[in-house]
Write a protein that binds this ligand. Structure first.
Ligand code: ADP
Length: 348
C-alpha cells in the first residue's frame, strides 16, 4: 500500500522536478541577462516552483484518475460501486484492479462452463436423434410396407408387421420415458418422497417383475441367503425400485445364458445398508468403467442396442442414488462378471 502511494507521489515529484529544472534554467539565464544573478533568489524560485507544481499536479492527477475510475464503475455496473469512496486514489485504483481481475476471472469461468454446457447440449441432442431414428425408421418401414398393399392381404404377415411396428413404438416410448426421467433428475425437479420400507420385499418384487425376462436367458435371480427379517431403509421407494430394477435388468441383459444374478444386502456400521447386485455375465473392460454412468454410454454399441438399452439406465441409477446423497460402486472383470452396489440409509 505504502509502496503504491509512493508511486503516485513519484509521478508528481518527477514532473514537478522537470518543470522546475526547465524554469530554473530560464530564470538563471534571465538573471544573468539582466546582470542581477542572486543565488538565494534562484533557490527561492526553485522551491516555490517545485512546491507549487507538485501540489497542482498531484491534485489534478488525483481528480482526473478519480473521475475516470468512477466512470468505469458507472459503465461496468457489475462492479461494486459502493467500494469506491473518497479514499486515496491509490486505494480506489487498487480496488478497481482487484475487482476487474475478479470480474474477468468470474467471466472466464462462466464462459468455460457455458462452452462445456453447449457441447454437452449438442452431444445430447445428437444422441437423442440418433437413438430415436432407428426405431422410428423401423416403424415407418413396416407401415409403408403395409400401405403398399401387398402385405395387407395376408393376415399373418399383416399381424407380424404390425407387431414389429408396435415393438418399435414401445422402444420409442421406453427411450422417451428414460429421457423424461433423466431430464427431471438433471433439472433437480425430482422431489424425493422418502419413507421407511423393507428393501428385501422391494427386491423380491423386482425379482417377480423380471422373472419372465430372466427365464428367457435361463438366468436365476436369487438372494445370497435367506433374509428372514425385514431390512428397513429410509429412501424414496419408487425411485429405489427403479435403481434395483435397472441394475437387475442390466445383469440379465449382459448376463450369460444359464447365469445367475445374486443380490446381497449388508448392514454397514455407519447406519448404512449396502445392496450388491452381482452377475456372472460378460463383464466390463477396465477402460470403460469410468464412463459407464455417462448418458448414452454403451460398451458395445451394437450388442447393447440389440438388448434394447437406451444407454441411460446407469446414469438414471447414479442420479437417483446421488440424489439420496448415497454412493454407487462398480466392480467388474471382463469375461467373469460384474458387481454394482449402492448404499442406503437405514431406517431409524
Ligand atoms: P444400456 O441401456 O445400454 O444398458 P446402461 O446405462 O444401463 O445402458 O449401461 C451402460 C453400459 O454399461 C451398457 O451398454 C453395458 O455395456 C454396460 N453394462 C451395464 N451393466 C452391465 C453388466 N451388469 N454387465 C456388463 N456390462 C454392463
Amino acid at each position: 500500500m505504502t509502496k503504491i502511494f509512493k508511486k503516485t507521489y513519484k509521478f508528481a515529484a518527477y514532473t514537478s522536478g522537470y518543470i522546475t529544472l526547465f524554469l530554473a534554467v530560464f530564470f538563471t539565464l534571465f538573471l544573468v541577462f539582466i546582470n542581477d544573478f542572486n543565488f538565494w533568489i534562484l533557490l527561492l524560485f526553485i522551491v516555490l516552483v517545485y512546491v507549487f507544481s507538485f501540489f497542482v499536479i498531484q491534485y489534478r492527477v488525483e481528480k482526473f484518475i478519480y473521475k475516470r475510475v468512477k466512470k468505469i464503475y458507472d459503465d461496468v455496473s457489475i462492479l461494486d460501486a459502493s467500494s469506491l469512496s473518497e479514499q486515496p486514489i491509490t486505494t480506489n485504483m487498487e480496488t478497481l484492479t482487484k475487482q476487474v481481475e475478479r470480474f474477468a476471472q468470474h467471466k472466464k469461468l462462466e464462459i468455460e462452463a457455458l462452452k462445456i454446457r453447449e457441447n454437452y447440449r449438442k452431444e445430447f441432442i445428437g444422441n437423442i436423434s440418433h437413438e430415436l431414428k432407428t426405431p422410428l425408421f423401423t416403424v415407418q418401414g413396416y407401415i409403408l410396407t403395409l400401405l403398399d398393399g401387398g402385405a395387407l392381404k395376408d393376415k399373418k404377415v399383416r399381424e407380424k408387421y404390425l407387431e414389429r411396428a408396435n415393438k418399435g413404438v414401445e422402444r420409442l416410448i421406453y427411450i422417451v420415458k428414460d429421457l423424461d426421467m433423466i431430464t427431471k433428475l438433471e433439472v433437480g425437479d425430482l422431489n424425493l418422497n422418502k419413507e421407511d420400507f423393507d428393501i428385501i420385499e422391494l427386491i423380491n418384487n423386482v425379482f417377480e417383475l423380471l422373472e419372465m425376462k430372466a427365464s428367457k436367458k435361463i438366468i436365476s435371480l436369487t438372494f445370497d441367503k435367506e433374509y428372514k427379517f425385514p431390512v428397513l431403509v429410509h429412501a424414496d421407494k419408487e425411485r429405489i425400485q427403479q435403481v434395483v430394477s435397472n441394475l437387475i435388468v442390466n445383469s440379465i441383459k449382459y448376463g450369460q445364458q444359464d447365469g445367475t444374478t445374486e443380490v446381497r444386502v449388508e448392514m454397514l456400521t455407519n447406519n448404512k445398508v449396502l445392496i450388491r447386485i452381482t452377475d456372472n455375465g460378460v463383464g466390463i473392460e477396465k477402460t470403460y468403467i469410468p464412463r459407464l454412468f455417462e448418458r448414452f454410454f454403451r460398451v458395445d454399441k451394437s450388442g447393447s442396442r440389440q438388448e434394447g438399452g437406451s444407454g441411460l439406465g446407469l446414469s438414471i441409477v447414479k442420479h437417483i442414488v446421488e440424489a439420496h446423497s448415497e454412493r454407487i460402486y462398480v466392480e467388474s472383470q471382463y469375461g467373469i462378471g460384474s458387481e454394482f452396489s449402492f448404499t442406503l440409509e437405514q431406517a431409524k
